[in-house]
Design a protein around this ligand. Structure first.
Ligand SMILES: [Cu+2]
Length: 182
């Protein structure tokens, strides 16, 4: 092994010198771990059972808002907060349209425990992030796409919908709600 420290430059033909055993071991472990982690990306998609299938469609902001407005007209059961945000109770199996815009979420969905819903998420202006807390559902919302998420809540409660992608000056106020009831 060489005895160079940081003050003496390495020999100009350093690549001709044999590699130390400890270094070979370290490179081998790192390379093997890279291969394992690469296959884990595919394996965990199926075994982890926590990734959405990545179903998405092109849609214009106008078309998406029209569908969301139709849902609000049909299924609003009350409004909440001084902003009078509609609370919508879409029947089980139905389509729930979530519109992200600067700096609000269009509705407060009220879901029934154990029932499956088809969520559609989109932004009508800039990129937003859909983060459902505390269960950590996480999606990036790019304008022009309808992101579809099959969703079956398994615990009653009040959840927060947080925009986790910086979208402008009032980004930090972009917090919504979702209810799961019996
Ligand atoms: Cu935001």
């Amino acid at each position: 092994m060489s005895t160079h420290n940081t003050l003496t430059p390495p020999p100009s033909d350093w690549w001709r010198h044999p590699i130390g055993r400890d270094e070979v071991l370290w490179i081998s472990v790192a390379a093997a771990w890279c291969v394992i982690m690469t296959f884990m990306m595919v394996y965990w998609y199926f075994a982890g059972n926590q990734n959405q299938a990545g179903e998405a469609y092109r849609i214009s902001a106008e078309a998406f808002e029209a569908k969301a407005d139709a849902m609000v007209d049909q299924y609003t059961i009350r409004t909440e907060t001084e902003l009078e945000v509609p609370v919508v109770a879409v029947p089980p199996g139905g389509d729930v349209y979530i519109v992200a815009s600067q700096f609000q979420w269009n509705v407060i969905p009220e879901l029934k425990l154990g029932e499956t819903y088809r969520f559609h998420l989109s932004s009508v202006d800039v990129n937003h992030g859909f983060s459902l807390q505390p269960i950590n559902v996480n999606l990036q919302l790019v304008p022009g796409y309808d992101y579809v998420l099959n969703f079956t809540p398994n615990a009653v409660g009040e959840y927060n919908i947080v925009c986790n992608e910086y979208c402008g000056l009032a980004h930090h106020t972009m917090v919504g709600r979702l209810y799961v009831v019996e």
